[in-house]
Design a protein around this ligand. Sequence first.
Ligand code: SAM
Ligand code: SF4
Length: 325
Amino acid sequence: MRDQYGRDLTDLRISLTDRCNLRCVYCMPAEGIDFRPSEELLQDDELLLLVRVAAELGVRKVRLTGGEPTVRPGLVPLVREIHDTAGIEDIALTTNGLLLDRLAGPLAEAGLRRVNVSLDTLDAAKFAAITRGGRVEQVTAGIAAAEAAGLVPIKINAVIVRGFNDADVVPLAALTLTRPWEVRFIEMMPFSTVGDFAEAGVVKSEETMAKIESALGALTAVDLSGDDPARTYRLPRAAGSLGFISPVSNPFCAKCGRLRLTADGRLRLCLLRDDEVDLLTPLRAGASYDQVKEIFRAGAFRRPFGHALAEQMYPQARAMIQIGG
Ligand code: SAM
Ligand code: SF4
């Protein structure tokens, strides 16, 4: 399956829930959000039907996200069913890591391959501030459990926020000196009511790289192909690598082949635009399998190109927690 710009569509990100056990400042508005009642979210059978549709159209990799995907009831059997879907070759999970200490083993056994764990700082007080109450030790325990369960290579995602954790990029990068992880630094993106905050606090990758190089030594390029949104580098004699994801300063739209399914059953055509295709309503209105497949294919085909962050225009309809990053 390709879109109108010829981009191959082999990756599907599925948001399993709009709920979370943390409330990160750049993701969840301070005033909270109106969680959708669970009956308005994709049920397991609906979600699995859409995975089958996607796989028949050429999707090979599924990434589960949210909200916090590990708070969805029945996650382990759901992973097993996705794993058993013909055509799906790879399942990964993006998580805050809090529940991995008990879920990593069962998830690996069900067919999960890898995890990306979000960790913005190693400092307990700052972690509690950014996540509005989280405990960093729970995340580090979760990462250890994921490694023990073989969910490797571990990728760590850190969103950099000026005034919160911009000084913490050095200790985070230093983790790769001894651990075979990829620590990825993400430019903060603006969404809905956290948009002004995100625009004011964004730290561009160039600044983060300079800070790391001056403290830890020159970075050697590993992969700058653009096939992955992260441009990757290595510190001298490091066991792991560093990734820089720069949607604001260096958009990667030309190579973006990501399809996104929201927890309420919308195909989101671009992370940074409000344009969506409703799949849940036709599914519940009795559309046939082939009709749903055609709505999916036609929606995916019209994926747009480019966003307007540089012109200070950002999506209004949903915060990140309601989309799935
Ligand atoms: N709860 C899981 C987690 O935190 O990893 C999965 C969902 S979260 C929305 C997915 C990723 O999006 C996380 O790495 C998070 O840090 C990132 N994220 C959230 N809001 C963001 C923003 N405004 N700009 C850039 N990245 C953001
Ligand atoms: Fe929750 Fe992840 Fe958003 Fe933080 S980034 S509030 S952990 S969904």
